[in-house]
Design a binder for this molecule. Structure first.
Ligand code: FEO
Length: 176
């Protein structure tokens, strides 16, 4: 069993992960509207990653006998469809998520909640990957330059991404 404080904070994290999914869904739609279908697919994969992150926490709460309390999601604000600006936003967003995960880990440590501490460590590693993915896209943009040919090629490359996580949550631990 976990404390009420930790359960509340995990419920908050579920909301943040779902808000991330919603943000990437909004970004994906924006890029698809512009005809950047590769980038749109990459962002849709990212949407699935975020849903998986949320559902992993969801399953953990249920496994621990705690309540899942779903909250309102903010409408995502996607103001740009410029390749570089958009992926800068992705990186910025992921840095914020990393802070939030580290904060949760620190809380679990302070509470001597070893189970949650071990569970959240998975997310710490995941955030290294998330930030790396966005940084590499920005690096490639710089290497290729901002020409329309470069964007065309990068768009094709991004379209090769497939989600590396489950996209169906019927088997989420605890959710049965
Ligand atoms: Fe769930 Fe992109 O962090």
């Amino acid at each position: 069993m976990i404390s009420r404080k930790i359960a509340d904070r995990i419920n908050e994290q579920i909301n943040r992960e779902m808000a991330s999914a919603y943000l990437y869904l909004g970004m994906s739609a924006k890029m698809a509207e512009k005809g950047y279908h590769g980038a749109a697919k990459w962002l849709l994969s990212q949407y699935h990653e975020e849903m998986f992150h949320a559902m992993k926490f969801y399953g953990y709460l249920l496994d621990q006998g705690a309540s899942v309390e779903l909250k309102t999601l903010p409408a995502p604000e996607v103001k740009t469809s410029d390749f570089k600006e958009l992926f800068q936003k992705v990186l910025e967003h992921e840095k914020g998520v990393t802070k939030s995960i580290v904060e949760l880990l620190a809380m679990a440590k302070a509470e001597n909640d070893y189970a949650t501490e071990i569970f959240v460590q998975w997310y710490v590693g995941e955030q290294v990957e998330e930030e790396k993915n966005a940084s590499e896209i920005l690096q490639n943009l710089d290497l290729l330059g901002g020409s329309s040919q470069a964007l065309f090629l990068l768009n094709i490359e991004l379209g090769k991404r497939v989600p590396e996580v489950a996209t169906s949550f019927l088997e989420v631990e605890g959710a049965h």
